[in-house]
Design a protein around this ligand. Sequence first.
Ligand SMILES: Cc1cc2nc3c(=O)[nH]c(=O)nc-3n(C[C@H](O)[C@H](O)[C@H](O)COP(=O)(O)OP(=O)(O)OC[C@H]3O[C@@H](n4cnc5c(N)ncnc54)[C@H](O)[C@@H]3O)c2cc1C
Length: 386
Amino acid sequence: MGCASALELAKRGYSVLVAERAHAPGTETTAKSGAIIRAHYGVPELVQMALEANKRFQRFGELFGGDAGWTPCGYAVLVDQNDVSTLKLNIEMHQQLGVEVELLAPDAFGRMAPGVRTNDVALVAWEPNGGYASPAQTVRSFAEGATQHGVQFVFGVPVVGAKKEGEGWQVELGDGTQVSCGQVVICTGNWSRGVGELFGLHLPVRPMRAQIVVVERPASFRGMFPVVSDLINLAYFRADGEGGMWVGSSDSADLQDFQAVPVRHGAVEYDPEADARAISDAKSKAALRFEGVDALDKGGVQRAFCGLYETTPDWQPIIDSLDSVHVAVGFSGHGFKLATVMGEEMACRVEGADSPFPTGIFDLARFDEGRPIASKWKYERAKFLR
Ligand SMILES: Cc1cc2nc3c(=O)[nH]c(=O)nc-3n(C[C@H](O)[C@H](O)[C@H](O)COP(=O)(O)OP(=O)(O)OC[C@H]3O[C@@H](n4cnc5c(N)ncnc54)[C@H](O)[C@@H]3O)c2cc1C
């Protein structure tokens, strides 16, 4: 988010300094991201932004320079009888908003994606323009573009203080440097609660562990296959390299199992390893959905790790501008795809121009004013996670 915003601001002629606590850009949550790009959401404003973001990934080199590792393999949502009406209502809304998406009978999808078991599936939503990208390539492209446009990066130095200075802010960095800023953009992901406080903002962002397991694909099932969101077994799958399959959970019940995350001086500590149960669940779910995957295989796991979802109370982002501070945080597990639109959104806000995207509903005050955002139609099991 930070590199995309810096690039768009620099293109508009602003002098931009990026202060990054880590020693390189994109090494925190973005590095752990599934980087799946789809428009299937239950909140129309998010659908609109995700659709525009998807279009921009398709033209990434032309718009931003460089390569995002965009893989246009399509995106499928699989439901059983319990969720057929919800899927139909969501797809009708998506089509009205211009998303290219169709409903397929399980057999028809099975022919498109051989090796995917569809015996328990009642209906499939097929988004042919969905897919996934490479977080590392995307960040590198934004960062290189930003550097070429004159952005100055300071690595290994956190923002540790802020004081109002006229209309702008005097920002203190960890090495004691004071920087006068006309305007500030906060895009500090899971660390935003502490960073927001420096600027007098209460940003209710709570880190939550998300466990990912990359299982081996059988030799008969190599190459590209669509991203599959399995709302029956509550898992999502995508190809990972030539022979791997990324398995993530869409089960809200798993949230109870996430470990508490201590937050100290704005820092977050968490166990980056996935646990045995997550690994066994991932293998079982993959075996239920894909032919040739053996849940009982003692090996079969290429890697397993945890990332942190930067969640807000309603699992929707905070996009707002308050007192020369512009905020893009709390993307709650769907922020990677939005970077291609959030850069422009932040640049427009700094410029004082009208936002090109329907971001008004993502204001910070909604939490205090009792206006949480919710999908109109909820899937039976996946609930707010979809
Ligand atoms: C397991 C997992 C899977 C995901 N899958 C998807 C997906 O398929 N599709 C999708 O769209 N999204 C997905 N997401 C969500 C997505 O990855 C995030 O929403 C997105 O990466 C957030 O980007 P960011 O730039 O806001 O945050 P980050 O990448 O975390 O960047 C924030 C930066 O702020 C820096 N920072 C923090 N504090 C300070 C400070 N005081 N001073 C200076 N710098 C500071 C950090 O070092 C960090 O580099 C997933 C997330 C996880 C965890």
